[in-house]
Design a protein. Sequence first.
Lengths: 420, 310
Amino acid sequence: MILTFVKKQLLLMLRNRQELLVLLGMPLVLISILGFALQGAMDNDVPVVKAKVAWIEHSNEKEDLSLFKEEIEKSPIPKEQLEEILISITELQPVYHLKELLLSEELREHIELVEKDVNDLNNVKNDDEFSAIIEIPKLFSYELLNYIFLNRGERPFINVYKNEGKEISASIVEEVLHSYQTQSSLYTIIGKNGLTENMPYNNIDIQGTIDTVTNKKPLSAMMYYSVGMCVMFVLFVASSIATYTFRERELHVFDRIILGNVSKWSYFFGNYISAIIISFIQIMILYGVSALVYGIYWPNIMAFIVVSLCICLAVGGMAALLTAINFRLNSLMLTSFFGSVLIFVFSFVGGSFFPAGELSPVIQLLGNLTPNGSGMTAYLKILQGYGIRDIMDSLIFLCSFSACMLILAVISFPKRGKAI
Amino acid sequence: MIDVIDLTKRFKQKEVVRQVNMYLEKGEIVGLLGPNGAGKSTTISMISSLIPPTSGDVRLKNESIIKNPSEIRKILGVVPQEIALYTDLTAEENLQFFGKVYKLPNHLLKKKVDEVLEQIGLTERRKDIVKTFSGGMKRRLNIGIALMHDPEIIIMDEPTVGIDPQSRNYILETVKRLNQEKQMTVLYTSHYMEEVEFLCNRIYIMDQGSIIASGTKEEIKNILSSENTILIKVSQVKDEFLQELYHEPLINRVMVQEKEISIIVPKEVNIFKTLLAFAEKTNTEIHAVEVKAPSLEDVFLHLTGRALRD
């Protein structure tokens, strides 16, 4: 019987163009618009988000420069060239310039740089307030000058850790570093022209190994919005199913089903299962298109399916509760309110439009208490390479949420006679 | 087959059905006649086990359906007044869905769908989406769904509301055929007197929640055996003329329809001289006066003082 209900519901939705547009067309369009717009407009949009960045230096740059000067003066380089190098290195203080840039007037609005002791590195990694950590390794400037002017040793790297929970603000730091890298490379080329042609050196090309705090993959805007829109629009399945069931009741189709000796609980659970299956199909289609068009692939398919199923359970629970309340109140009022207001509120606090959790801890907490927000956290973690164990909190929340909705729905669903 | 005993339904403080008693014998067509709001739909909802009565009982073969509704549901088909269909599905998909709801096995389902489509004359349109159908076709499919599980009893709640005369005739013929060919018992509610007269062996007349008359057509019409219905055709219905009729103690009822006035008077009374006097007094031009055999409409008017479609 349940399969009969599912088949009927699928046919009804497939025949309803408006429904298909809301459930599939809109999210795909919004993923494209928001994904591209955010990438392109990142520089313009970031002022609303401020990145708190920890700065950790393992050695002193002046000492590094002095050490390099001492060594180069002892080396058998012709005097004329030596003088030019010495002049250049007084200008070339990569760590100083990077720090100056991050503390500059232009970036003060967007970046708050906090110097931390080397021993604090692990504490800072665990501190969710920081969007990124910039770690200058020991002898960085010394090794860099050796690599540039004497072509000695390996090119040193600055370590940059991104907080995967603060995608946008961490992206600001990333953008600043890329910009600095480009400028520094130009600067070195200019410096190079002042040197003799025989002088071996490399472009400065300050490299940062950009990583997330937990060494996980950083997220792109397209990934973020694929997840954000999917968890938002899957909620519409709940309001759609609840609306269909109410129409069935209004048109006395529900009466006919009951007269077919189908218990009202079979009908009730048939709709619950329909909502779960339809939302699962919707999610698979949306992520399928995202994979084909935008190349968003899931590193852990099993975890992805488990999260999807848990979200669908939550959607099924909401559909059941809305159906029960519609029947109880004999009105679509709550479902309409859910579809036109509550979904957007859930999506806002859940972070579907932007990481609203960064605005305040209260919003972050509220976001995690919504099925979409919790599902989004789980999905984003999977995309970053986390496993099922790391998202267990979200999974437990989603299953509990579904169970609570279902219990409330069963309690609310009218008893015999009153439902007709 | 079905006995309805003192059936009463109260919604909050309002009693919408009051101590209704009726019975249905196997193979007969019974009419439940009454104006809108008379309590017909509530009564058939209780008979079909959709809503529980406040008091009273409905017995199927002497077993109460209130306690065990599944028995009547197995043998009952209900055609609601509303078009209770999925209008975004095809006729065939609707029949298949409800066939599965009625738990028809897969090997019978296709055959039954074909048979019902044939019965309701929609075989050619089986693959069409229902919302493209005319009102009459939707009504026919509405009936078809109730036939999917070969019910012994079918309850039809105003199945011809809002359709063209051709579709209406088709439906009436279908009901008659089902009764004759399959010995199907039919409870037919309507406020169209002529439909009930055409179809039904026995009739219950309901008004304001109560059964006010019952019996065969002849028995009910005999209620008016001591009275005549006189139809007066006038060039213009004047208030003064009507007032004279209303105030004449020999006239029991007066009903006006366009330029026709029906009056009910005792058989022994010769009212013609009085009518002519009223016409002269009020300057009303009478075109014709006709004595009619009483119709069910006249009976209803006699019993309630109101027309069925008021």
